[in-house]
Ligand binder design. Sequence first.
Ligand SMILES: *[C@@H]1O[C@H](CO)[C@@H](O)[C@H](O)[C@H]1NC(C)=O
Ligand SMILES: *[C@@H]1O[C@H](CO)[C@@H](O)[C@H](O)[C@H]1NC(C)=O
Length: 672
Amino acid sequence: MWLWVTSIAGEFWFGFSWLLDQLPKLNPINRVPDLAVLRQRFDRADGTSRLPGLDIFVTTADPFKEPILSTANSVLSILAADYPVERNTCYLSDDSGMLLTYEAMAEAAKFATVWVPFCRKHGIEPRGPESYFELKSHPYMGRSQEDFVNDRRRVRKEYDEFKARINGLEHDIKQRSDAHNAARGLKDGEPRATWMADGTQWEGTWVEPSENHRKGDHAGIVQVLVNHPSHSRQFGPPASADNPLDFSMVDVRLPMLVYVSREKRPGFNHEKKAGAMNALTRCSAVLTNSPFILNLDCDHYINNSQALRAGICFMLGRDSDTVAFVQFPQRFEGVDPTDLYANHNRIFFDGTLRALDGMQGPIYVGTGCLFRRVTLYGFDPPRINVGGPCFPSLGGMFAKARYEKPGLEMTTKAAVAKGKHGFLPLPRKAYGKSEAFVDSIPRASHPSPFAAAAAVVADEATISEAVAVTTAAYEKKTGWGSNIGWVYGTVTEDVVTGYRMHIKGWRSRYCSIYPHAFIGTAPINLTERLYQVLRWSTGSLEIFFSRNNPLLGSTFLHPLQRVAYINIIGSAVAFAKVLDGEWTHWLKVAGGVFFNFWVLFHLYPFAKGLLGRHGKTPVVVLVWWAFTFVITAVLYINIPHIHGPGGKHGAHGGRHSSHHHAGNSLHFTVWP
Ligand SMILES: *[C@@H]1O[C@H](CO)[C@@H](O)[C@H](O)[C@H]1NC(C)=O
Ligand SMILES: *[C@@H]1O[C@H](CO)[C@@H](O)[C@H](O)[C@H]1NC(C)=O
């Protein structure tokens, strides 16, 4: 009898979890951005545009672990993307505070003066130089084939020189610093400074770390590498003897590029990537304050120059004022052809996220995501149309594919309704001390924040304000990390940050276009892969045990969205419990033994059933049994390695590691 009960209970559980898995997939939706309409409505004949401002955040933490050339490529692809230059700003956050990163970005800005006009002139795709020059063929459909071939050869040469300079930077910086230090006649024991090209000492981390100039202990730096461009088109010079590139018909302006390294001090919890994103949010508010923010990891580049427009299209479409963020799928290059570890995550991105789009929207996966700035400030959506239990209109639940017609809904009514804090959803002091920052909030949420391009004045006062809002102490006793910005205190700040928006009634959208919008490099081996899975399962558990768990709290969560969030958790519980790295060794062994028996125990009724009355065990049962045992055993043997490559405090570690980055490119697999 008890065997029968166990077996039936097992069947019911499997049936139930299957249902949980399928329910949120009832209404997958394909959205297609209509870029022609966007162009027609927002671009003017004189080359100017009424598209909203867009701040792009690239975060890096270490120029060696995250190769600096790849970060430079990422920045170049952003600068060359097809978006009105005066509305587009690229912020690079460097958590290492290294001069190497800064000078590499300065080099990238220099190379961009050739690369970007070249891309515009010939409609180059993709616009990351490394991936472009790696292409086997460069077909050209334009008119002047010969011109193109000549230009390409020239730019290729420039790119090779650029790469050589980047590779030589480390050596150059060291040599220059040695020369300066020698000229000063340093005594033994005196700190050996790192010097910038202009003959001043670098304020960030020094090559030979010393007091106030080491990782985790240095001043904040905000440097504008490329100034905000003028509002009218600027044509380049015609070809000449020493410059064969003819840019006389091409707009040669570049988008603004800002290098940010927030202040780090011992004794402060800097909150890794979430902290860096929050610092960037404030810094960009003081400088450009664009109503939209795109978040990109430094190992991702833009592979489709229309990607930014596609994302913005989903923000400006009919009924889009309740969209908090637009999530792009993560696509990868360098995955082995058999995709042994399912690095592409096709089911997750093309199945699950697309399905969620048919309800309230995909979850936020940490990179390749376009945000509406005001949602990060704790604003509520202007209205609720997600079909939560209190709002039975299941808006759009059974709608078929819809085309996004931009320009019909451009206001953010959220801000117009004044609450008890005036324009702000939270008390003024929750945002921190900076008056300039708090004053920027109503402007970011103004009914029509993109009527005219904001004048950007990067004068000394503004820059020092931008530095002030990125200090280590700024967030003390504020709402940052709880009600405002990226959420702290969780291994998956991304999932939780998106979740907090969904439960307020905001929606999100999934934007998958071809050629793929953003491309990153995939984790290669099983160790890295398992680590991602672990991190993600732990995050789901955290949501479940938070005060806003999807079962009980969160009134404004769409019913099926709720099921989806619960389902992530349900499937993750078993894994996370067993794989959680906080367990002591003893517990791990005990857990391992227990888990093995647990699995076999569940298989027993099944085996027994197959055995029937004949008393002879079919071979298939034995094989499966042995197979299961081996798999669970192997899983356990692997546990010591899953803290990320290099062990518990390893290079790419997450939870325990000083390096904030690796954890954050999520590549979910646990999704059943
Ligand atoms: C990047 O874009 C190009 C077209 O510009 C496309 O052929 C290629 O497949 C894309 N790369 C990936 C990895 O999708
Ligand atoms: C996986 O790759 C990381 C670095 O990319 C490395 O540190 C680790 O040792 C590798 N693990 C295995 C099992 O090869």
